[in-house]
Ligand binder design. Structure first.
Ligand code: SF4
Length: 455
């Protein structure tokens, strides 16, 4: 007997109204994705074609690597008129040639567009084709946009992967059904998923993006793809154009999400329920035990999500169903109904959903609700903290390993930490002193300081 997904697809928030806002927004741009993409594809280089602002963003988000050769840089294009564009193209070619001469280890080069008008005037796709002809057989040269006008911060990964899909080698037509896991995952998480899927007998398994540009997965009519990240709309479209087919599933956050995600793969390959249970049960039980210590801290606490990473709906589902948190508003930059089908069905009925942003109006709603914790971008976190509202930086949730069974408790802890820190400092939820902090032990205070630094 096959495993069956026990989720009512017409339940929860499947048909819930969504507040759509198209006003001013406060989000990072898609350049941010370079931080995790360059760690994943280990022989790729990301050359941002941008301004000094772009260079500052990348450098401060990634930190400066002193001992290692960095795998990202910014070619700064100064202000120039249309007549100067030919020079700018020559300059770009010169920068790329110098880079590739100095760094023969680079096997894949992404030219990443940004939003200054002088960069928009440059045709980076033509530059990529032009330079590819020069480096044919040596380096793949691709381009995508990380511009803040076109992308929010996780969409940078989507644009990057979508640009890579046409490069994937075609699978043999006679090949049997294969599974592709799509979305950047830390290596440790990827290994855990591979172990579970292989233990169920799913051997024909590929990850995209790969760890090396020389190990691109093959693709064809027999490829089925399972999304590991909820922000890959363009990548999914590009994969479909190459013949791959989507496997609907919730996202692998928390014990329930991970189980149903693995179950979707198991169903596809006709894995016996008994085998599925045998492979997943020990991890499920272990992860549930690890979650217990966070449940009491988070149960009943209210949470408000500003739109930022597109992880909001799956994370809200995890926090509500597995930890008992109360969802006030769940905002997302974009709502892809097909990819979110299971997630919406699993959200508690009556949850307020919003798509896009009109930041001042949303701040007003948040202030009226006074939630116990808010998930938002860095730009909103400090003002809200100053008003006594606890915040969690959305970017931290993207940078941390949070997928899968082993990481479920770490994910819960990212939220619980705020409340634990306040309790240790003798503060109430609004940051008001309720007991003399001097009565707290030195050990508690020391721990709290380092936790505070990580928020
Ligand atoms: Fe560069 Fe535009 Fe991002 Fe600013 S928003 S860092 S100018 S790409």
């Amino acid at each position: 007997m096959n495993a069956v997904i026990p989720i009512q697809l017409d339940g929860g928030c499947s048909d819930a109204p969504v507040l759509r806002e198209r006003g001013q927004r406060e989000v990072f741009c898609g350049l941010t994705g370079i931080i995790w993409l360059h760690r994943k594809i280990q022989d790729a280089f990301f050359l941002v074609v941008g301004s000094r602002t772009c260079a500052h963003l990348i450098q401060s988000a990634a930190g400066v690597m002193i001992f290692a050769e960095p795998r990202f840089a910014t070619a700064i294009i100064d202000e120039r008129d249309l007549a100067g564009i030919a020079d700018a193209n020559e300059e770009l070619d010169r920068v790329v040639r110098r880079l590739l001469e100095r760094r023969p280890d680079i096997k894949m080069l992404f030219l990443v567009g940004s939003c200054p008008s002088e960069v928009i005037k440059l045709d980076l796709s033509r530059a990529a084709v032009r330079l590819s002809q020069e480096y044919v057989n040596d380096v793949r040269i691709l381009n995508y946009s990380g511009s803040g006008i076109e992308t929010t911060f996780t969409q940078g990964e989507d644009a990057c992967l979508a640009s890579l899909v046409p490069q994937l080698p075609a699978a043999d037509k006679s090949a049997t059904k294969s599974l592709m896991i799509v979305g950047c995952l830390p290596d440790v998480v990827e290994d855990q998923f591979a172990r579970h899927l292989k233990a169920m007998g799913i051997e024909d398994l590929q990850f995209f993006p790969p760890r090396s540009s020389k190990a691109l997965p093959t693709i064809g009519e027999n490829t089925r793809y399972l999304l590991a990240q909820p922000f890959l709309t363009d990548t999914a479209r590009a994969l479909e154009l190459r013949g791959a087919r989507y496997v609907p599933a919730p996202f692998p956050f928390g014990v329930e999400g991970t189980t149903e995600w693995l179950r979707a793969a198991a169903n596809l390959f006709n894995v016996e329920n008994e085998v599925f249970e045998k492979v997943t049960l020990p991890s499920r039980e272990r992860a549930n035990r690890a979650l217990d210590r966070h449940r009491e801290k988070l149960h009943g606490k209210s949470i408000f999500f500003f739109p930022d990473s597109q992880l909001e709906i799956p994370l809200a589902r995890f926090l509500a169903r597995e930890l008992g948190m109360k969802l006030t508003e769940v905002g997302t930059p974009y709502l892809h109904r097909e990819h979110m089908k299971y997630e919406l069905a699993m959200l508690p009925a009556g949850t307020s959903l919003s798509e896009g942003q009109d930041v001042e109006k949303q701040l007003d709603r948040c202030r009226t609700i006074q939630p116990d914790i808010v998930v938002c971008g860095l730009g909103l976190a400090n003002p809200l903290e100053a008003e006594g509202i606890n915040t969690k930086w959305a970017i931290e949730l993207v940078f941390s390993p949070i997928h899968g069974y082993e990481q479920s408790a770490d994910l819960a802890e990212l939220f619980a930490r705020t409340f634990v820190r306040k309790a240790k400092l003798g503060l109430d939820q609004r940051g008001q002193l309720v007991q003399n902090p001097a009565s707290s032990s030195l050990e508690s205070t020391t721990t709290s300081s380092s936790e505070a630094a990580c928020n």
